[in-house]
Ligand binder design. Sequence first.
Ligand SMILES: [Zn+2]
Length: 323
Amino acid sequence: MKITLKDGSVKEYSEAKSVYEIAKDISEGLARAACAGEVNGEIVDLRTEIHEDSSLNIVTASDEAGLKVIRHTAAHVMAEAVKRLFPDAKVTIGPAIADGFYYDFDAEPFSREDLDKIEAEMKKIIKEGHAITRYTLPREEAIQFMKEKEEPYKVELIEDLPEGSEISFYDQGGFVDLCAGPHLMSTKGIKAYKLISSSMAYWRGDSEKARLQRIYGTAFNKKEELKAHLDKLEDAKRRDHNKLGREMGLFTTVDVIGQGLPLFTPKGTKMIIKLQRWIEDLEEKEWGYVRTRTPLMAKSDLYKISGHWDHYKEGMFIWERLD
Ligand SMILES: [Zn+2]
């Protein structure tokens, strides 16, 4: 088979090869840096075997897709750490997201102290450097397997997959998780990570379903990249208008009105009026704008012309004359 690489060069093999084997054949360094493969445009596991002529791009941590694999693998390492420390916790799902990853557990709420302990346990798992291996089971066996492990959420996930399908699992030194992948070849590939926060989340985002505890984390290829990201988060916290506005006594909120609806204090109101005057002056004097005022309501005739009357009448505030 012929494998066409990103630079246009072609490699020929007489037998099937995994993405990892091909990366290794190109160079040892590339194999070390590899996170996944892109085969004919699709991101796949390094373990994926290629059997026929294909285009192949070796994905590394400098690609967004590679970073995603690192983060997703970190989510599994976190799940293992949680199960070691909190054996009663039930695992659910743990995807990579923008800037990091999360994993949802059916467990008691996690404190910052818990997160620190989980982080320390992750360090151990990474140091142990378990190889991550993939295998599949027929759907029925997969359901049985997760029932025996007393993981009801995983059972539900597998039951949702079509009958007759092969279900993939990943084993990292004895901790087995249901997943479609792709994953790194070893837990050692996670070099810089941090658990950010924890909050409540519903199973499958449905408020009628179980309340879960979500742990957010992030992972990068290099310690410096992680530090830059964490600094940015700290900075954003310092500039948070919700925190600053309260500290400066500009506004407050009360539950009976709603936490997203600020009540401006005299000081805050004064600030708004000053800002308003400033922008009005700027518009008039600098930009030559001229202000006008129009009524807030109009006869229905106007909305009949505009088309609103026919399409949005149900949602409009209508004042009818009774005479
Ligand atoms: Zn996974």
